[in-house]
Design a protein around this ligand. Sequence first.
Ligand code: NAP
Length: 246
Amino acid sequence: MFNFRDQTVVVTGGTRGIGRAITRRFLDAGATVVATYTANDAAKDEFQDSLGPAARNLHLCKFDVADYAQVEAFYKDFDAQHKNFSVLVNNSGIRKDAVLAMMRPEDWQKVLDVNLTGVFYMSKLAVHRFMANRYGRIITITSPASRFGFEGQANYAASKAGQIAMSRSLSKEVASRGITVNCVSPGFIDTEFLAGLSEKLRKEYLVSIPLKRFGTPDEVAACVLFLSSREAGYITGSVLSVDGGL
Ligand SMILES: NC(=O)c1ccc[n+]([C@@H]2O[C@H](COP(=O)([O-])OP(=O)(O)OC[C@H]3O[C@@H](n4cnc5c(N)ncnc54)[C@H](OP(=O)(O)O)[C@@H]3O)[C@@H](O)[C@H]2O)c1
């Protein structure tokens, strides 16, 4: 539907789940994609093998978005190898659920570090590059937890609400440079991310979804491509919900 030929896209957490579908869609739309991950080499290899010839425009990079030195090193290598960087998708994310009273301080901190500080690091260094080109798209994958505050997810909800607040501030700072900054908020999407949910909770969640099913990673990816396209140039500071009416 959209043409990303001659554009280079970075998708964090781009080898599994929703990120994998986003990477795949960008490749199909002609982009060069740098998909990042942090630990799961087996998933990375399986994804790469599954692509066949489509993998020729895929580059893979392993680092931790929550470590500023690693993010700086990533961008340094990236600059040496790629041009026409125009889209950053901040997709990587983790959950470490527990009710707040029982939540370990390190689990609070880790989720904030990866989901919020990681988006800050990746976006900060992307903006430097986009400013020079007077064009860029930043899309961050947030969550309905930012609004609803599901129980056992105080750390996750805070990180996801923070992503939206950060994106709105950034959208105003960079609008005059032709850079748009938006969030996509997937509801319950069938990925490994949901695998830890009990059957009881899965059933409860289904009842609350007007469209009565979990979404697919590809349905999220389609919306990310739209917001990343030149055609979406008048949309910034927004949150697009892809949640079955949640
Ligand atoms: N699934 C849902 O229902 C749902 C709903 C709303 C929002 N979301 C959001 O959508 C995004 C993707 O979710 P998903 O379900 O696709 O997750 P997933 O299947 O668990 O994949 C997460 C990806 O993030 C990467 N990652 C994790 N920690 C990282 C770090 N410190 N540095 C760099 N990369 C890291 C993982 O790398 P490895 O493979 O190396 O571990 C993996 O590629 C997340 O931000 C999540 O909060 C998901």
